[in-house]
Design a protein around this ligand. Structure first.
Ligand SMILES: [Zn+2]
Length: 222
């Protein structure tokens, strides 16, 4: 699976960004896969997550082609926003991840703030005569930084407006993958990021374990 097939299950683009890196329980020798490890994959993801339009993607690609350093700076910024947001979310009570690293989460919030300040400097308030409100905030006036600017805008939107009690983590302690998602189910009962993958996989594993236990019990009897 590559970024073009990566499931977008977060329910919010900022959470889909968090889920571009494999999460889960760190094990010796395991290196989590990063689905946006190059500027090109980050751009593809941003288009799929609808952070940018098709026309904007073309403008970004052209800017990055002219200035590869800017492309790599945008990638580093995108990954920094992603990891900062992840740490901040892990420190929220709703995710119930112990122990909460308060210092790391506070440093992450500072980093996110800096990214947002930079993005605000590349944004503009525009009168919106035909809109429902007086003003529109256009985020990302500089193509080379458009993707991280939209990403930090999405992160702030999530942190400021989403019902944090509905932000969940696919339970690694029960075999889930650690991805984060917004539970929009009516009775707030969603447990897995993807029932078809994580939920089914865990159920299958439990069944195998039960069968193995049953076999061992039978062989112990005979
Ligand atoms: Zn999962």
């Amino acid at each position: 699976m590559d970024v073009s097939e990566l499931p977008l299950v977060g329910g919010h683009p900022a959470l889909d960004l968090v889920n571009t890196l494999e999460r889960g329980v760190p094990a010796p020798g395991w290196k989590p896969r990063d689905y946006v490890s190059t500027p090109a994959t980050l751009l593809l993801w941003a288009r799929r997550a609808e952070l940018i339009t098709e026309a904007e993607a073309t403008t970004v690609a052209e800017a990055w082609e002219r200035d590869p350093d800017a492309a790599h700076a945008a990638l580093a910024a995108g990954q920094d926003i992603r990891e900062s947001l992840h740490l901040i979310l892990l420190a929220t009570a709703a995710l119930d991840v112990a122990p909460i690293d308060v210092a790391a989460s506070s440093a992450a919030l500072d980093r996110l703030h800096c990214r947002w300040l930079a993005a605000a400097g590349r944004s503009r308030l525009t009168p919106d005569p035909r809109g429902a409100s007086a003003l529109r905030l256009v985020v990302g006036l500089v193509p080379a930084s458009l993707v991280p600017d939209r990403a930090v805008d999405a992160a702030l939107d999530l942190l400021r407006t989403a019902d944090i009690g509905r932000v969940r983590r696919c339970p690694t302690e029960s075999g889930g993958c650690g991805w984060i998602f917004l539970d929009r189910s009516r009775n707030a009962s969603r447990r897995w990021c993807r029932m078809a993958d994580c939920g089914t996989e865990v159920k299958a594993r439990r069944l195998t374990e039960r069968r193995r236990a049953a076999r061992q019990a039978t062989s112990a009897e005979s």
